[in-house]
Write a protein of this length. Structure first.
Length: 415
């Protein structure tokens, strides 16, 4: 065999998996169609990733976190959810003695740090600027052939090549893709009024506006609108686009100037019918591609990477086979169990808040009013973000967290 595992895709999921396997003493071949320079120095793509405390722990274990510069990490102190003119509600970590719910790091920085963690690693081989011509699986191994004729074999093949994974399709794994008919415009902005480290998710008026706080007076603006409107906005000159944002944010940030290029992404979610099939496993967005409204996508994918690495290492330790079906079946059950709840919940949030349908407005206001009136529900949201435990947590841990969340906070009644 050429290696223990072949990973197709050198995005954050693929690179983190290769690093996790190397730390477990396993050899990995990573295949990526981009040239090596683009992997090592990825271009800015506008996306800012909200990392939970559990994700930060995983990145530390992989040696990725340590390669992020301090000025690439922005604290996320509170989060505010608003619907139109409704005051909405805020979530913070104060009830748990924490100063932040999580942090914000650009996708570009995470990719660069993940590459730095495997660069020079003897157990990781990277085939860059390589296109897969054919892929398949046998009883004892998976195989692929590159466009230049190079053959590769390994006991396990992992598809980590995006929510539109060509490898997933080639291996015969079906997936449900849902096109929301909307696009997300993302960019960095400089703004006159401070954001105080508070993230916004602001629904209503036919659009979703989000603000991700970076340095004070610097933030990432995220605007979700119908696809044709996104094309029109993306084509505007920088000054005109900034004026559009001032109007859409209703002056709450003061004067706005663009601080980066503007990037547009069509919103499509993905749910694979299986996460394992024969000698193939799915990781990251190839398994579950989430709508970004709840910011769960990267965190869920990273948890899946850690879980898959454990399963592969168990296959080698217990059966001498990185692709042994028993540990992989455990990975699939655990990751589908966690993913199903988050995927369905995110879709429900999008259906309720993402579409500006008049009949749903009373229900939206009722949901926000309930969250505003019941501090334990807000603490429950915060608890999931600051929990550093491996996911999914044990039943006993869930019970302990639930009791802690529901316990009255007499010293801080509004928390």
């Amino acid at each position: 065999m050429d290696s223990d595992v072949i990973v197709i895709g050198a995005g954050p999921a693929g690179l983190c998996l290769a690093r996790a396997l190397a730390l477990r003493g396993l050899d990995t071949t990573v295949v990526e169609r981009q040239p090596l320079a683009a992997i090592a120095e990825p271009a800015f793509d506008g996306r800012e990733i909200a990392l939970t405390h559990a994700s930060m722990r995983i990145l530390r274990e992989l040696g990725v976190w340590q390669r992020l510069a301090a000025d690439e990490i922005a604290p996320l102190r509170r989060a505010r959810v608003i619907d139109g003119d409704d005051a909405g509600f805020e979530v913070d970590a104060a009830a748990f003695g924490r100063d932040r719910l999580g942090v914000l790091v650009s996708n570009q920085s995470i990719r660069r740090a993940a590459w730095a963690a495997i660069d020079g690693e003897a157990r990781v081989r990277v085939c860059a600027a390589a296109t897969v011509a054919a892929v398949g699986g046998e009883a004892t191994h998976a195989w692929l052939r590159l466009a230049d004729g190079t053959p590769l074999r390994a006991p396990l093949l992992v598809a980590a090549d995006s929510r539109f994974s060509e490898t997933r399709r080639a291996m015969g794994i079906a997936a449900d893709l849902h096109d929301f008919g909307r696009s997300m415009l993302v960019c960095r902005i400089a703004h006159a009024d401070p954001h105080h480290g508070v993230a916004w998710e602001w629904f209503g008026r036919g659009q979703t506006r989000a603000l991700l706080p970076l340095r004070e007076h610097l933030a990432s603006a995220v605007l979700t609108v119908p696809g044709d409107e996104a094309q029109r906005l993306a084509a505007l000159p920088p000054d005109a686009f900034a004026r559009e944002l001032e109007a859409r944010y209703e002056g709450r940030l003061g004067a706005i100037e663009l601080a980066s290029t503007v990037h547009a992404y069509p919103l499509v979610s993905t749910w694979a019918h299986a996460f394992v099939a024969g000698r193939c496993a799915l990781a990251g967005d190839a398994a579950v591609g989430m709508h970004p409204v709840t910011a769960h996508g990267f965190n869920l994918g990273l948890a899946g990477v850690a879980r898959l690495a454990d399963a592969i290492a168990a296959g080698v330790a217990q059966h001498g086979d990185a692709g042994h079906p028993l540990p992989l079946a455990r990975y699939e059950r655990a990751h589908r169990r966690e993913s199903r709840v988050l995927y369905a919940g995110t879709r429900a949030v999008v259906e309720l808040f993402g579409a500006d349908r008049t009949p749903l407005r009373p229900l939206r206001r009722a949901v926000l009013g309930t969250m505003r009136a019941l501090p334990p529900l807000r603490r429950a949201l915060a608890a999931g973000l600051i929990d550093e435990a491996r996911q999914p947590a044990s039943v006993l841990r869930h019970a302990r967290i639930a009791l802690d969340v529901l316990r009255p906070r007499f010293g801080n009644p509004g928390a």
